[in-house]
Design a protein around this ligand. Sequence first.
Ligand code: ZN
Length: 141
Amino acid sequence: MTEPIHKVPNRRGTRIAHIGIAVRAMDDLLPFYRDILGMPLVPLDDADGATIAGVAAGESLVELLEANSDDSPIGKFVAKRGPGIHHVCFAVDDLDDTLSRCRAAGLRLIDETPRIGAEGKRIAFLHPTATGGVLVELSEY
Ligand code: ZN
């Protein structure tokens, strides 16, 4: 049997790219993921005033976010809400198309245009008021 020719090639579908977890200190939580769950470390760049440690969960990541200063986004988040899940990042097939659809739907964006995130990929954040209180990051594959 052959694949139907109308099937769009190279579209992988939206997936969870990573979950961002705010920590007070990296050593509070990194040993749990790395040593107890045995998740491999993935080198990531610092971003948005945070030091970021990545651990691989299959094709997805857990990103531990430690604020470099109290007035950074993660510093403010931890001061207000304590450590915990900060955001969920979805990798999408076409980031620009997806952002256009968000804009057309009237969703509030934090990033009007994509910028480079911790994995060196283009990303954009949506405002949590647009997505049921969950801070959503969109990323290109
Ligand atoms: Zn992220």
